[in-house]
Each structure stands twice: as C-alpha cells, then as structure tokens.
Design a protein around this ligand. Structure first.
Ligand code: ADP
Ligand code: ZN
Length: 755
C-alpha cells in the first residue's frame, strides 16, 4: 500500500510564475513558512512552504517529495510572505525573486551554519547532562549501599567503631558529590540553548536626555500623531535644517516606549553612519544597522535579534538602507523613510526592481503600523499622493538655527571664460569666495557629478575617443595608478597614452572629482582636502565624513553623495562645478532630479547661525532649474513641474513601465523589440477604453550597449484608473508569452516605475 501523502506549494529562489508542488508524508507536521530543501530541475534548492494541503497540480505520481524540512531554521513569518507577494504583484516579478532578495543564498547558508552550531551545542549539552545524571545515579546507588551497610554494622553485635566511622565519612562525601553534581546540572540547563551564539543581552534603557522640540517641531509632531490616528502615511515637507530628524526620533522613542520596534530607512550607507552615532546617544545598544556593506554574519545576527524580539521582549531601532525592509520584522511600531525623494531607494537590478519608499508603505500596511516620510524636496509622486488624500502632508518652514537658507549665486562659466575669469575648472569668483571662507576658519563643499580624473579620453590628432570594449560608453581615466575604467561594466585596463589609431599622445577630456581635487590642491596648497565618491568606499568613506564633520579637513569634494542628508556644522560654502551635467539626461524627471540634488546641496551649508553661500557654475545660467533656486520658492517650481507632467501625461498622472530588451546581436535586438512593441500595441489597444494606453516604439537608452548586450527600451504609459492593475498584468503576461514563442527567455526585463 502506498504511504499517505499531502501536498504543499514551495517558494523557490527562481523566476517562476507558479509555485511548484511537492509532497510530504501525511503525518509530517508542516506549516506555511517552514524552511525546506527540494530538488527542482535536478538541482537542490532551499525553499519556503507557501501553501499546505493544496490540491496537486499534476499527476500525484510525478510529484517529488520534499527532500527535508529544516526544523533548525526559524520559519519565515506570514507577514514576510505577504510582503513578497505584494511586491511581486506590483513589480511584476516572481515571488521567488523577492524571496531571493530577502534571503540571499549566503544568508541561508549562514543561518544553516548557525543552526548546526546550536544543534551540536545542544547535543553536547544533552550528553553532558546524561553523563552527570548517570554519575548521580551511580553515586546514589553507592550511597544506598553504604547506608545499608552502616545500618547493618550498627545493628551488628560485633560492630567495629572504625568501620562505622569510615562509612559515615564516605556517606558524607558521596552526599556532597551528589549535591555538587545536581548544582552543575541546574547551571547547565539554565544556560539555555542560546548560550554561546555571540548574541549578548542588550538591557540598556533609553539613556539620552529628553529631546526638546521647538514649537514648530512640536506642532508637526502632534499633527503627525493625529494623521497616524487616521491611518494615513505622513509626508513631512520640511526645509533643510528644520529638524525633521528630531521629530522622527521623538516618534521613535514613543513607539519604543510602547514596546514596539522601529525601522528607520535612509537612502545611503554613508548617511546611516552619521545617524547611527546620533541614535546611539539616545538608544544605546538598542540601535541596529543593516546594509549591504555589512558582513553576512552581522546581517544574520541583526535578523536573528529582530526575529527573537517577539518572544524576548527586547526592542530595537533598525537603521538601514532599502534592503532592511525585508528583515523578519515583528512588533513593528513605526517606519521612517528619510529623504523619501532619493533615487537610491530604487533598485535597478536585479528583480525585484522596487522602490524602497513604496515597499515601506506596503510593509506598514501589512503590520498595521504608522509610517512617516520626509524631505525638503519631496518627489512629485509623494506630493501627488498627498494631493489626492492618500498621504497627509505637513509643512515645516522654519529652520532650527536661525540662519536663512544659503544665498544662491549663479556663475556663467562661458561668460567668465571670455572675460578670462576662469582658472581651470574654477571661476575666479568661486576661488575668492573659497579663500574668504577658509580664512574665516569655515569649510567648503564641492560637488562634481563625475568621478574619475577625466570622464573622456580623446586623441587630439585624429579625434578618436576610447570606448569600453563591452559597452557603448567612453572610458574614464583614473589616476594613482593610471587606469582606464568603464563605469558601467567594471572593465579596467592600464592606461596606454598612445592613440590606438594614430599613435599620438591621448589626453583626458573634462574633469572628474580626482582632477578637481588636484586643481583644488594647487589653488589652496595649505588646505586639507577630502574626496568622497564611489572610489572611496566603506571604512575609508566613514573616515572622510568624520574628519570633515569634526573640522579636520577644510574642503570636501565629491559626487552626488555629498548632497545627501549630512549635518556639517562648520560648512558655509557649497558649490557645484559643471552643474549642467546634472541636467544632461534626456528624461522627463531630469529637472526634478537636478532641482532636488541642488536644493539638497544648498541645504548642507549654513546650518548653524551663519547664512551660507551656494555657487552654481553653469553654461546655461538661464535654465529654469537654476532660476528657481536663485529666485523662486520651491512651491511655485513644484506647480510648474506638476502641470508639465499633467499636460504631457507623465507620472505621477500615469504609471510607466520600461521593458528593456537585450541581445548580443544588434540585428536580433532590433527585430525582437520591434516585434514585441507591435504585439503589445495590438494586445493593449484591444482592451483599452477611450483613451489608449501608450506603447512606445523601441528606442535606444543613453547607453545602448552594456557588457556586450545591445539594449532597446519599450516604454508603456498606462492610465491610472481601475484597470491599471489588469493592464500591467496583461503586459507582463504578453511579454512572457512572447519570450517563450521567440525563444528569448530572460532577454526582456520589466521595470515598473523606472527612475
Ligand atoms: P533636517 O533633517 O530637517 O535637514 P536636522 O534634523 O538635521 O534637519 O536638524 C538640523 C540641525 O538642528 C541639527 O544639527 C540638529 O541637531 C539641530 N536641531 C534640530 N532640532 C533640534 C532641537 N529641537 N533641539 C536641539 N537641536 C535641534
Ligand atoms: Zn564596459
């Protein structure tokens, strides 16, 4: 007789649009969230039980057994599975891809190693306990015998004093030994199964002094709580330096005092480090961090603490970048999304191509917990959501320190060049302002949007531009050591200055951060200079930021990263060199993004008593973005941008999806993308109502070849109505059927809400 079975569906870390079915013995106790090993297409995978007692989707005889259920690993929570499903549904990817992002293979193997260690420790302890019990039993047996003997010899007529005395002495000794062993036994079992895992207790209580909010902050704080009461996410639009952080911290403290955990999201690791110090003063060891530069072991530790916090009652505030959303959150009482406009919240690749801010809103819904996001330059999406009542928007217009926002000065570099007013990349106006600032003992921050020494290498004789062999982009020249590098695929080679075409000596064209650093050093030989871009990473970056913060460097040069969220007390002059490279990208979001970066950079300086100065070097001094910074108030600019978006049918009034088609062969990519665009046009127009959703013709992205693949994009612009979700699904289904038919699986990727 065949053994009785039941069937389960399993989430695997793969791009599958269904959940494969497996069987387990009928008597096996199994629940959704359990961790299992299964074989799929002849490979072994770690998976998660999604559904139990399901009806098999094929012939039961062909369904494989679950290889084993790993009882040593903590099951995944139902909230985690719900979030994965929500994310997959919205971003049109598989639940497995979200699972893979949340539980990378390395994390799982770490978990398994920990579980094995715990298990072997438990086994060792069990053995020790058994050994001691056995000893005790033997001793008790011995004791019984001795007592018996003693009785006998006392009764006996021929009793010998000596024997009796020895027996009494022995009995005493044995008793002592038994008591000792019983004590050990208690000690061992009290140590519990978790001892020796390296996760120590954190029992420090709130140790900071109470934060005193200003009246304006207090009002915003109270309004935030009111909006929480209505169940709405809150968007705080607060000018730079208005003290939004202080409000988040008071909200966090409240949530934690009510026995809840707090998730505090920041866009960049570098920003999280400064914040961590600030939080540490208040919350001590209850601050946890989580980001991709931490070791797998550290991340696993954090996840374990959070998982366990449900039962051990310890509460934490977790600062993290977007991936912290996928921790096994329990008892979540507040989510903070700082600098919600920041494009670093968006994951480009691989799937899920999610926006951390928007997934945070999903997470809040699942946990029924309040969410607050803030920015001085909120995204148009969030402003739109506030406008239609989905979010509550609160304004905070006063800065904590009295200084007004930095004065803006626009420098027309083409005009300056004609007047001989430039030295290299710097205008003389900027140089003299820098001199003055340094003389006053204050600090300077310079943004240059390109890293490297020179972003382009060109031959002065024949005009040849050196390109990456795998990508359609020019190679950048990096110094110390001299190397040519591709910023798209990571290709790197020693720099040979001879033109491959004509042999003349090549020159670097334009100046990246390295060159700006060199020029600055030449202009200000006595100044202490730091540089921050993605070439300076990890602990080195922390050091650079800390030094600038402490006033140990005078000038900090860097890419966009320097505009983000920092609070440098001594900084009074900020400048951007070649600002137009921020506007360069042909994209409907270009103006919004440039405005956000520049306004944020301006907000870094003059954050104490003294008003700062913000200088913009540009070839387009009349560009509306710069004019708005100099003259307008942000609000009018938001109105202009918003009405442009509405007029042209761009987000947030519509939703866009980018389909990117990749192939090594250019003819084939052209063919595939033209055909796919045609199919989509037919399918979507058949179902559309009066105003059609728009399927673009395939077009080339700014970089149309990366890592040997030619790329074309098809953009779908979908109406935001009640059919939106169906349309997205229809598009996704059409793409996957197309891929199957054209035998080009994996060549098309879908990006919902691309940035
Ligand atoms: P934002 O994030 O809004 O740009 P921050 O929260 O960084 O501004 O605050 C700017 C500066 O003002 C910080 O140095 C902060 O410590 C200080 N600050 C803000 N509010 C308070 C307060 N209520 N008490 C003391 N210092 C404050
Ligand atoms: Zn390349």
């Amino acid at each position: 007789m065949p053994e009785k079975k039941k069937y389960v569906s399993v989430i695997l870390p793969l791009k599958l649009d269904w959940l494969p079915c497996y069987s387990v013995p009928a008597e096996e106790e199994i629940r959704s969230g359990d961790r299992v090993k299964v074989v799929f297409a002849n490979k072994s995978y770690s998976g998660i039980i999604a559904g139990c007692d399901i009806r098999p989707d094929t012939d039961p005889a062909r369904i494989k057994d679950v290889t084993y259920v790993d009882r040593n690993l903590s099951p995944v929570t139902q909230e985690e599975i719900r979030l994965w499903k929500m994310v997959a549904d919205y971003y049109l990817c598989s639940v497995g891809e979200v699972f893979k992002a949340a539980y990378p293979a390395l994390k799982i193997s770490q978990e398994e190693a920990l579980a094995r260690r715990l298990e072997s420790e438990r086994a060792r302890r069990r053995k020790t306990i058994e050994g001691i019990r056995l000893k005790i039993a033997r001793l008790e047996d011995n004791l019984y015998k001795k007592k018996k003997k003693l009785e006998e010899s006392e009764k006996s007529s021929r009793k010998k004093e000596k024997t009796v005395a020895r027996l009494i002495e022995d009995i005493g000794k044995i008793n002592e030994m038994i008591i000792g062993l019983k004590g050990r036994l208690e000690e061992i079992s009290e140590a519990g199964p978790e001892s020796g895992t390296g996760i120590g207790p954190e029992d420090r209580e709130d140790q900071g002094t109470e934060i005193r909010l200003t009246e304006a902050q207090e009002t915003t704080y109270r309004q935030t709580l009111e909006a929480f009461g209505e169940g709405k996410p809150v968007l705080i639009k607060g000018v730079t330096g208005s003290g939004k952080t202080e409000i988040y911290l008071k909200l966090a403290r409240k949530a934690m005092s009510e026995g809840k955990n707090v998730l505090y999201l920041v866009p960049e690791i570098a920003v999280s480090r400064q914040l961590r110090e600030r939080l540490h003063v208040i919350f001590g060891d209850r601050v946890l961090t989580f980001h991709s530069e931490e070791t797998a072991a550290a991340r696993r530790n954090t996840a374990e603490k959070i998982r366990r916090s449900e039962s051990d009652g310890r509460r934490y505030i977790i600062i993290g970048t977007r991936s912290a959303i996928f921790l096994p959150h329990t008892c979540l009482g507040l989510i903070v999304v700082d600098e919600e406009h920041d494009s670093s919240y968006k994951q480009d690749s691989p799937a899920p191509r999610y926006n951390g801010r928007d997934v945070a809103v999903m997470l809040a819904t699942i946990h029924g917990c309040p969410l607050v996001m803030g920015s001085a330059t909120p995204s148009l999406e969030s402003v739109f959501n506030a406008g239609c009542g989905k979010y509550a928007m609160l304004n905070l217009d006063t800065r904590f320190y009295r200084a007004r926002e930095a004065a803006v000065e626009i420098i027309d570099t083409s005009a300056e060049r004609r007047k001989n007013g430039m030295t290299g990349s710097f205008s003389k106006k900027l140089v003299s302002m820098m001199e003055k600032t340094l003389q006053d003992g204050e600090q300077v921050l310079i943004l240059r949007a390109r890293r490297a020494f020179s972003p382009v290498l060109q031959c002065p004789e024949c005009g040849e531009i050196l390109k990456c062999p795998h990508c359609n982009v020019s190679l950048s020249l990096h110094k110390n050591p001299d190397r040519m590098m591709c910023h798209h695929c990571g290709y790197s080679a020693a720099f040979d200055p001879h033109c491959p075409k004509c042999g003349a000596v090549m020159h670097g064209l334009g100046s990246g951060t390295q060159k700006i650093e060199e020029e600055t050093q030449a202009l200000f030989p006595g100044a202490r200079i730091g540089r921050l871009d993605s070439d300076t990473s990890g602990p080195q970056a922390v050091d650079i930021i800390n030094k600038f913060n402490a006033g140990e460097t005078d000038i900090l040069i860097g890419t966009q990263i320097v505009s983000k969220g920092f609070d440098f007390p001594g900084l009074t002059l900020a400048a951007v060199i070649a600002a137009d490279s921020l506007l360069g990208v042909q994209d409907f979001r270009a103006d919004e993004k440039a405005f956000q970066i520049l306004e944020q950079l301006r907000g870094r300086c003059g954050r104490r008593e003294k008003q700062g100065v913000f200088m913009i070097q540009t070839n387009q001094p009349d560009h509306p973005v710069y004019r708005q910074l100099a003259e307008g108030n942000g609000d009018s600019f938001y109105r202009i941008l918003m009405s442009e978006r509405s007029e042209f049918g761009y987000p947030p009034f519509t939703r866009i999806m980018n389909l990117s088609i990749k192939d090594e062969d250019e003819t084939r990519v052209e063919l595939l993308s033209a055909r796919l665009s045609g199919v989509l046009k037919t399918v979507l127009s058949e179902t559309a109502g009066t105003m059609p959703d728009i399927v673009s013709d395939p077009f080339r992205p700014p970089v149309d070849r990366i890592s040997g693949n030619h790329i074309r994009i098809i953009r779908l612009t979908l109406k935001k109505d009640r059919h939106l979700h169906d349309m997205k699904r229809l598009a996704a289904r059409t793409v996957s059927e197309f891929e199957k038919k054209a035998r080009c699986q994996g060549h098309v990727t879908i990006d919902v809400d691309p940035y």
